[in-house]
Design a protein around this ligand. Structure first.
Ligand SMILES: Cc1cc2nc3c(=O)[nH]c(=O)nc-3n(C[C@H](O)[C@H](O)[C@H](O)COP(=O)(O)O)c2cc1C
Length: 145
């Protein structure tokens, strides 16, 4: 479990007992949707400190950094927010993991060794997504790929 407090990571790691994991995961594995969940050996529950200026921005930046590091280590990571999609689920996760009231679980990262090596997705041309001075104005220079 990782939580962010005043700009600094406050790390808490713990082993998730099998029955707790099953309770959290069983409702996520609905048919084929997220059936791969059990295959990931590591699950990081990312929590924000409630006094943060913007909990979602904090957690999103932290997750992105973790995903980059996970990838750099040759592992695979999947950002999952379905775990705490609504208030009832959030309360259940907090109770099962003993998360104190001043922290809010916002997402989970499933980590494992990837069994696929997907091709890089095509990117939109830069002219479609970047403008000069005003929206729609083309860039006054060419950018090499
Ligand atoms: C904010 C956010 C929340 C997500 N939540 C879930 C989720 O709950 N379950 C899920 O299967 N994928 C979720 N995803 C998608 C996966 O993290 C990942 O991007 C996707 O599985 C990549 O698959 P693709 O390679 O087919 O695009 C989420 C992605 C983002 C950015």
């Amino acid at each position: 479990m990782l939580s962010k407090r005043s700009g600094e990571f406050d790390r808490r790691y713990g082993h998730l007992p099998e029955e707790v994991k099953n309770k959290i995961f069983s409702r996520l594995k609905d048919g084929k949707f997220m059936s791969w969940l059990d295959e990931a050996p590591i699950h990081i529950v990312v929590c924000a400190a409630k006094h943060a200026i913007d909990m979602r921005e904090d957690v999103a930046a932290a997750i992105e950094n973790m995903l980059l590091m996970i990838h750099a280590l040759g592992l695979g990571g999947v950002w999952v927010s379905a775990t705490v999609k609504d208030a009832r689920e959030e309360e259940e996760v907090k109770r099962l993991l003993n998360i104190p009231p001043e922290f809010k679980p916002l997402a989970q990262i499933c980590v494992g060794y990837p069994d696929q090596n997907p091709k890089e997705r095509p990117k939109k041309p830069l002219e479609e997504v970047a403008f000069f001075e005003k929206w729609g104005n083309p860039l006054p220079f060419k950018v090499e790929d």
